[in-house]
Design a protein around this ligand. Structure first.
Ligand code: DAH
Length: 440
């Protein structure tokens, strides 16, 4: 089954159930290579169809433009953007000191080709190999894959840019950091943006035991100055930001397995704080694994869709995947423009309620992300969001009941009720086949 998939048309092929029940000895072709499948295999036709697209390398695409704008903000850095999304769990997790029981490793959260090979869930997966190549300041842009809920700001494929800069850790080399900090501080000036900042080091977000705290402080300051300067350039003139109503950006303390201290940056957009990047001082273990133990530096990872949605006023993350001329023809390479919605077509929601099969052993049955992948495979980008509207366990039989509401809406045309009913019937039938549910 996997072998015969035609990537150009799988999006609309209504037969997703098979992919989850492939016999253990079969193979899946991913970007031209055959891989054995096993009990970890959970990559879906929808995901396979996205792998070759590389939106961040299309010059006029908002993601391509955003990439080049950020790259031009860091002219002296190396710019990498063509690494394969197929990585090992070692690259994605272990090389970055993720604990063995980190939830990101689970098949419910990440896409596996088989137990030894997966799709990167973040661009940090390439940190060790990039430092090991001798790169000391670099940006790396790529498509990343995560199993997730379905709504206007989540899509199982999105794009990140990783940036890093490392310095000689020896005390004399700290002068380079200080000079860079002086240069950046002088250059930073406020526009219609308010940045809420926090101290570089706190007891909850300390420097690493092997680091001189003053050096770590200087490196964390360097990270913040570089990113504040980028944020000012990107958002300083953001549509709608005025002196009276400036764009709000805030730094918050965070935790990542591969940095300390660590931070997140959020932007206030449409009444909500949106997380747009994570960053911190690179963990010594990462640098040791890359064979550059005498370095000290910072890294960040930012989500391109989140930023592009704000800068271009793109209301729904599915639009990035649109091949509709009314979307694509609006954009010119290298220039940010406000997206003009061509139309808003009516939504149509359908509910499905069912009993999950009883499993006395208490084994996991169907994760919300399994349901979302199933719906994506059947409905493609016609699904706008999926919500659980009811969930309970029967007190006597202990069976679990679920009700999901699927909201369908095309971004390009009106959907007929008959068409939506047909899609919903397919969802229900695959749900029965794959998970043995009993429709209520
Ligand atoms: N990889 C992280 C994520 O996807 C983001 C991130 C956090 C990248 C901290 C970094 C970093 O380089 O230092 O959520």
């Amino acid at each position: 089954m996997y072998r015969t998939l035609n990537l150009r048309c799988i999006q609309r092929v209504l037969r997703p159930g098979r992919l989850y029940t492939t016999p253990a000895s079969s193979t899946v072709k991913v970007l031209g290579t055959d891989y054995l499948t096993d009990s970890y295999t959970n990559i879906t036709p929808t995901i396979l169809s996205k792998l070759p697209l590389q939106l961040h390398r299309q010059p006029a695409h908002p993601l391509g433009t955003l990439r080049t704008l950020i790259e031009s903000h860091f002219p002296s850095f190396s710019h990498l953007s063509s690494l394969s999304p197929i990585v090992t769990p070692y690259q994605n997790f272990d090389s970055l000191s993720f604990p063995a029981d980190h939830p990101g490793r689970s098949v419910t959260d990440s896409y596996y080709i088989n137990k030894d090979v997966m799709l990167r869930t973040h661009t940090s997966a390439h940190e060790v190999e990039t430092f090991a190549k001798g790169e000391t300041k670099w940006l790396l842009t790529a498509d990343v894959y995560r199993r997730d809920e379905i709504d206007g700001s989540h899509y199982p494929v999105f794009h990140q840019m990783e940036g890093a800069k490392i310095f000689e850790a020896a005390p004399y080399a700290m002068r380079e950091v200080e000079e860079d900090n002086e240069r950046l501080s002088a250059h930073l000036k406020q526009s219609n943006i308010v940045i809420e900042d926090i101290p570089h080091l706190t007891p909850a977000n300390p420097s690493q035991p092997s680091h001189n705290p003053q050096h770590s402080e200087a490196v964390a300051l360097n990270l913040k100055l570089h990113l504040n300067s980028l944020l000012l350039e990107l958002f300083g003139d953001a549509a709608g930001a005025t002196k009276e109503d400036p764009l709000k950006v805030r730094w918050i303390e965070a935790y990542f397995p591969f940095t300390s201290p660590s931070y997140e940056v959020e932007v206030f957009f449409r009444g909500k704080w949106l997380e747009i990047l994570g960053c911190g001082v690179v963990l010594q273990g990462t640098l040791d694994r890359a064979n550059v133990p005498n370095k000290l530096g910072w890294a960040f990872g930012l989500g391109l869709e989140r930023i592009a949605m704000i800068l271009y006023s793109i209301p729904d993350i599915r639009l990035f995947w649109s091949s509709d001329k009314r979307f694509l023809s609006q954009f010119t390479p290298g220039r940010i423009s406000t997206f003009k919605p061509y139309s808003k077509y009516p939504p149509c929601h359908k509910d499905v309620s069912f009993w999950l099969p009883s499993r006395p052993d208490g084994e996991a049955k169907m994760h919300d992300n399994d349901f979302c992948d199933l719906v994506r495979d059947v409905a493609g980008d016609l699904v706008e969001d999926v919500k659980v509207i009811d969930r309970f366990t029967h007190p006597k039989t202990k069976r679990d009941s679920l009700c999901y509401r699927i909201n369908y809406r095309s971004m390009d045309r009106s959907l007929s009720n008959a068409e939506v009913n047909d899609i919903q019937d397919q969802v229900v039938s695959h749900l029965k086949d794959r998970f043995g549910v009993e429709i209520r």
